[in-house]
Design a binder for this molecule. Structure first.
Ligand code: LLP
Length: 385
């Protein structure tokens, strides 16, 4: 992925930084948009994956909407110029202040996660003399077969309304004059690589749509969430197979002529377009283990510490891996979980070498923290993008 020119350029820059390949991002977005267009599917970008302004600008330009999970994200989407009619606001804990601001913006829809939340939105909309469009996030009890920390579609998860609460939910909708029901919403988890999981989701979506229709509701929107995974082990596999993904929904969802199908993709759109570039501060060769200590740590990329997530580690100062040694690659933070990989095979590595942690475009920069009073991480962009 990195040309000699890139590496020469990085050598003159202070580390660590997030490097963004906006050319690759553009290609990924165009591929996704083209694959969705075949079936007239609508894509909202799940902004939580990455809200770097340069990334958001590109995403807005392909015409995707924005899926937001906080007042901050709603404001940012509107500030960047996403069409308000394509902004949705999800999240299990929307505050009154956030709901009021979203009502003022007149966003497309609230994805509502509990009956109490419906009551609150109805009340706040009434005070403003408005009618809020809502979709109900339903917990479909479909196993996403992904890391347990990022699975969200099983019963008794904190997210969404469970099936046994739907009758009460329907009553609340019927008794709430300041709510307009527009559809149903699902999101079963993230980093899903087995597309069969989505077939199971479609079966449940069809059942729930019928359930609402039988009770006199018009289900205009079927929002099936996001979750499409990327290949962390093979970052050169840069653009996910969007055509295969959308085809599952085309084949297994029962879509009426008046219905729209909405997606909320995050990781699949931005995951491969970035790497965290870091420098080796020290190499400690021990009796049993060798350590590489980087100038980036869990404060810059939290996923390995939080989910034991794998990000491919490359010594980009020395790409040949002949005579590989094994290293534990760690950061400078005072936590033993501040480790990017154990027993990683790399060419013999020295202080000053540049190390790339690949596939960091999703949930990388956005999850950075200031723990240990670390400085803000900076972003660097490709020259063509
Ligand atoms: N829609 C909803 C309601 C969500 O909660 C999420 C992600 C998405 C869409 C987008 O999912 P994606 O297409 O990106 O998989 N920090 C974790 C991932 C958390 C995902 C949270 N929800 C990680 O680093 O793996």
């Amino acid at each position: 992925m990195f040309s000699d020119k890139d590496i020469a350029r990085f050598a003159n820059l202070e580390t660590p930084f997030y490097y963004y390949d906006l050319t690759l991002l553009q290609k990924t977005l165009s591929d996704c948009a083209a694959a969705a267009k075949v079936y007239n599917f609508h894509v909202h970008y799940a902004m939580k994956a990455n809200f770097n302004p340069a990334v958001l600008q590109k995403i807005k330009t392909v015409g995707f909407g924005a899926d937001c999970v906080s007042g901050g994200e709603v404001n940012k989407a509107i500030e960047i110029g996403f069409d308000k009619k394509q902004v949705v606001f999800a999240g299990v804990g929307k505050s009154d202040r956030e709901i009021n601001a979203a009502l003022d913006h007149d966003i497309f829809c609230f994805n509502v996660e509990s009956i109490q939340e419906l009551e609150v939105i109805n009340e706040l909309a009434a005070k403003k003399g408005k009618v809020a469009r809502v979709a109900i996030r339903i917990n479909p009890n479909v196993d996403a077969h992904t890391h347990h920390n990022i699975t969200t579609g099983l019963d008794e998860n904190k997210f969404g309304v469970n099936s046994w609460d739907l009758p009460a939910c329907a009553d609340t909708l019927k008794n709430s004059p300041n709510l307009e029901f527009i559809g149903i919403h699902f999101h079963i988890g993230s980093q899903i690589t087995n597309l069969d999981v989505y077939k199971n989701l479609c079966v449940r979506v069809n059942e729930f749509a019928v359930w609402f229709e039988e009770r006199g509701f018009i289900v205009k929107v079927l929002n099936v969430g996001g979750g499409l995974g990327i290949d962390y082990h093979n970052p050169e596999q840069q653009v996910p197979d969007f055509a295969a993904y959308f085809k599952v929904f085309q084949d297994f969802l029962e879509v009426r002529s008046n219905q729209e199908v909405h997606f909320e993709l995050g990781r699949a759109l931005v995951g491969q377009c970035s790497s965290l570039i870091s420098r080796v501060l020290y190499v400690k060769n021990g009796k049993k283990k060798n350590f590489i200590i980087l100038d980036a740590g869990m404060t810059e990329l939290m996923r390995p510490a939080l989910y034991q997530a794998y990000h491919k580690i490359e010594n980009i100062s020395k790409l040949a891996v002949a005579d590989a040694l094994k290293y534990d690659v760690v950061g400078p933070i005072c936590e033993s979980t501040d480790c990017f990989g154990k027993e990683v095979e790399l060419p013999e590595t020295f202080r000053g070498d540049l190390i790339a942690l690949r596939s960091t475009g999703a949930y990388g920069e956005v999850m950075a923290s200031h723990y240990n009073l670390r400085e803000n991480i900076v972003s660097v962009y490709d020259t063509e993008g």
